[in-house]
Design a protein around this ligand. Structure first.
Ligand code: AMP
Ligand code: MG
Length: 382
């Protein structure tokens, strides 16, 4: 990739510097370069200025005995000089420099390779390129960098009932919130979405056709709906018909039981049920992990214990994922559970920043209980 396009990408191979940076010893100050051995006895010393070396000077200079050179910041040091004195600390008159303080050898000199040495490994395969890293790569002269390509992602929402926001709703219709949810979650985690499709039909054929097309041109297809037990939930059949390998279908997790992940050969398929909260939770539990790994990023969930700030009613045997707003207090993390979370009630998941993980079994988990939470902090990801 061209260097400046590679921000946020993952380095695809170890990168060693082909050069020393700088390639020559250079002055760190505007000043006078001296050979300290020339400054014998007690100062002050008065020595003639042999020449002026500016930054960008390409002809090497050798310092004559008992001379000094005037030198600018960034200019290559004259051969034989071993210290630079700041111009403020020198009196210059009649093309001579009067020096009153003996500088320590090496003062205000940036030696060759001071920043980066030739052969030094600067980046490892799998490192994330942050904005400052682009400058480092430019400083070793690279124009392009080998990166792991971002997966090409398609989002497909399904169902006769779904309508694009902006259109007029007819009786029986709802607005599609799943595509905007997934699109914004992925974008916020900096995974660009390439394609968005709505299959506004309950029939098998249009769904099969759209899925087949998307699977051919992407690395990951994420669908919502048509994956449960209803008469029109065709995705599991289509996976089989297209020769896909199911990694799993149905998880003992609430919400989002009819979730499916399949290896479709050249492409991965993650199918989430249509309920909007299942989609939100499914993003964090499955999609984020899959996309991170496809992007060459290790994914380590960040989990913590928190104190429940209110009772949570759970029922059934499935493992429960309950959204929470997290608050840092002097006594530790406090989890405010989503009020009235239900898979079809997206507004109940407003501004959650953690997912509480609560064992199955019908009961009320009381305020004050310690619960395990997966933190959703997006800033953690590239
Ligand atoms: P399904 O998994 O297709 O049976 O859908 C489950 C529930 O989610 C139904 O009430 C659907 O109407 C609803 N639903 C499906 N897709 C969407 C969507 N894209 N946006 C909002 N709700 C949806
Ligand atoms: Mg449906």
């Amino acid at each position: 990739m061209p260097l400046t396009s590679a921000i946020g990408s993952i380095v695809g191979e170890d990168i060693r510097s082909p050069i020393n940076v700088p390639q020559f010893p250079r002055s760190a100050m505007d000043g006078i370069a001296v050979r300290t051995a020339d400054l014998k006895g007690d100062g002050p010393w008065c020595l003639p200025i042999q020449t002026v070396i500016e930054a960008g000077n390409t002809t090497p200079h050798s310092l004559l005995d008992q001379h000094v050179v005037k030198i600018m910041t960034g200019a290559p040091l004259a051969e034989g000089a071993d210290a630079v004195i700041k111009i403020e600390d020198v009196i210059v008159q009649d093309n001579k420099a009067v020096i009153s303080q003996l500088p320590a050898p090496g003062s205000f000199i940036r030696p060759m390779g001071n920043d980066i040495t030739s052969g030094q490994v600067l980046f490892r395969r799998g490192d994330l390129l942050r904005p400052g890293d682009i400058g480092i790569l430019a400083s070793i002269g690279l124009q392009q960098v080998m990166v792991t390509p971002r997966p090409r992602i398609a989002l497909v929402s399904t169902g006769s009932e779904i309508v694009e926001p902006g259109a007029q709703l007819q009786y029986g219709q709802i607005y599609d919130s799943n595509i905007p949810t997934l699109y914004s979650l992925l974008s916020y985690d900096r995974f660009p979405v390439q394609t968005q499709e709505r299959v506004r039909s309950n029939d098998l054929e249009p769904l099969r056709e759209t899925l087949k097309r998307c699977l051919e041109h992407h690395d990951l297809v994420i669908t919502t709906g048509a994956v449960s037990m209803g008469d029109y939930d065709f995705i599991p059949d289509i996976v089989t018909a297209l020769g896909g390998k199911l990694l799993f279908y149905k998880v003992a997790v609430k919400p989002g039981k009819p979730t499916l992940i399949a290896d479709m050969g050249q492409c991965w398929l993650v199918s989430l049920p249509g309920n909007p909260v299942s989609v939100l939770v499914g993003y964090f539990l499955y999609v984020r992990r899959v996309v991170s790994r496809l992007s060459g990023l290790p994914f380590e969930p960040v989990r913590s214990h928190a104190t429940l700030a209110g009772d949570v009613r759970v029922s059934g045997n499935r493992f429960n994922i309950v959204g929470a707003r997290l608050e840092k207090t002097v006594k530790g993390l406090v989890a405010h559970p989503s009020p009235r979370q239900e898979s079809g009630r997206l507004s109940s998941a407003r501004s959650i920043d953690g997912l509480m993980m609560i064992e199955g079994g019908t009961r009320t988990v009381k305020k004050g209980t310690q619960v395990l939470v997966e933190l959703l902090n997006h800033e953690r990801l590239p």
